[in-house]
Design a protein around this ligand. Structure first.
Ligand SMILES: [Zn+2]
Length: 101
């Protein structure tokens, strides 16, 4: 098992459920598993985190991908910038009432 905090995210690499796989957990949430070494999984998890970046984008990513304390959760469970609006399409959908405006 490997543990590392990367850019504020807690990354844990564990043995996966299926034979030969390793599982990546970020901030306590299982993100993915594949057949590779723990070192390779950790390196990929870091690239994933680099890809997600620091800007909170609830439309694309769950809260587990961000460092704790850098976001808040909208009423529907998506991460959003602290004090900002949620970017998730569910939270930005037109309500039926809008059709009559
Ligand atoms: Zn939302």
């Amino acid at each position: 098992m490997l543990r590392e905090t990367y850019k504020g995210r807690k990354v844990v690499i564990k043995k996966g459920r299926d034979w030969g796989t390793v599982a990546v957990h970020i901030n306590g949430v299982h993100c993915w598993a594949r057949v590779c070494t723990a070192e390779a999984a950790l390196a990929q998890a870091k690239r994933d985190i680099d890809f997600v970046g620091e800007e909170i984008d609830g439309a694309s990513w769950g809260p587990e991908w961000y460092a704790p304390g850098t976001y808040e959760i909208c009423d529907e469970g998506h991460p959003r910038a602290i004090g900002g609006a949620c970017t998730h399409s569910y939270c930005n959908r037109e309500t039926p009432e809008d059709d009559h405006v």
